[in-house]
Design a protein around this ligand. Structure first.
Ligand code: ZN
Length: 284
């Protein structure tokens, strides 16, 4: 008995840390409101709306369950919807960590997550039948173009994660959002929790069915960590922001580095790469 115990004591600590492929897997989850099942009207997206809080929390916690079941060691959730006021430490999954507040243009990606995921995500501005489709700011931004291509939160954030070598592995949201991610990351796993009929009309799964789907797909996504590749945009980047008629360019836009004023409500931001252009735009 004594000998067997000694062998265990010697073997376990010696083998575990040296085993390759055993790096700690952390998933960074970006949440939003407009892509949550059952959320189809603008007033439902008020960040402290009790129903939104309940529905989003349920989806986030299902995703956390799935990622952990699929092999993730750590799940870090950023409350990314409208001022970071929707999620609460009181109701978030006990094993998740919650990030609250403005986290800057690089979204803490420099902390070296293994993978990024979206929960409650909507499609970019102007997408046909995208439920509450918009790019960052529904009242302030008409269109956003990255090297001439129309983009929204999904592509800019997926490409930013790619700049840090991090793949986006999962998205839950409406059908239009899932398509938008698949266009750039065909292997990403998606959970379509509702289908848009028009901007404010949808066919939605129940909260219970959406959570079951998200749990299952998130587990599948976590098991595919390592095979889903980061999405990268290489080379110089021009970001063009067309504001809405009720918005305007920032004061002094003409004099900031890398900026080019196109007209009263359009600006171009240049950078040697995406990180520089995005920092110049978002970090002003
Ligand atoms: Zn959004």
């Amino acid at each position: 008995m004594q000998m067997k115990t000694m062998w265990l004591v010697l073997l376990v600590p010696a083998v575990a840390p040296l085993c390759p492929g055993q790096a700690r897997k952390s998933v960074f989850v970006i949440t939003d409101g407009e892509g949550v099942a059952g959320i189809c009207r603008q007033e439902q997206t008020e960040p402290q709306d009790p129903e939104l809080r309940q529905l989003l929390t349920g989806e986030v916690n299902a995703a956390v369950d799935g990622f952990l079941a699929g092999g993730a060691d750590e799940v870090i959730v950023w409350d990314g919807h409208d001022g970071s006021r929707t999620l609460s430490a009181a109701t978030i999954h006990p094993k998740a960590k919650l990030v609250i507040g403005n986290i800057g243009p690089m979204m803490t990606l420099d902390r070296g997550y293994t993978a990024v995921a979206f929960v409650g995500q909507h499609s970019m501005a102007g997408v046909r039948a995208g439920i509450m489709a918009h790019s960052y700011n529904s009242l302030g931004i008409q269109n956003m173009l990255l090297n001439g291509k129309r983009v929204g939160e999904i592509e800019t954030r997926t490409a930013l994660a790619g700049s840090f070598g991090i793949p986006v592995i999962f998205l839950s949201g409406d059908r239009a959002a899932a398509r938008e991610l698949h266009d750039i990351v065909p292997d990403a796993v998606t959970a379509e929790v509702k289908e848009g009929l028009a901007r404010y009309s949808c066919i939605s799964l129940s909260a219970a069915a959406a959570r079951d789907l998200i749990r299952e797909k998130a587990a599948q996504a976590a098991r595919q960590i390592g095979s889903i590749k980061p999405y990268r945009i290489t080379g110089p980047v021009t970001l063009e922001i067309e504001y809405t008629t009720r918005n305007s360019l920032p004061i002094g836009a003409e004099t900031e580095p890398g900026r080019e004023v196109v007209d009263d409500r359009t600006i171009r931001v240049h950078g040697k790469d995406l990180v520089e252009a995005w920092t110049r735009y978002e970090g002003r």
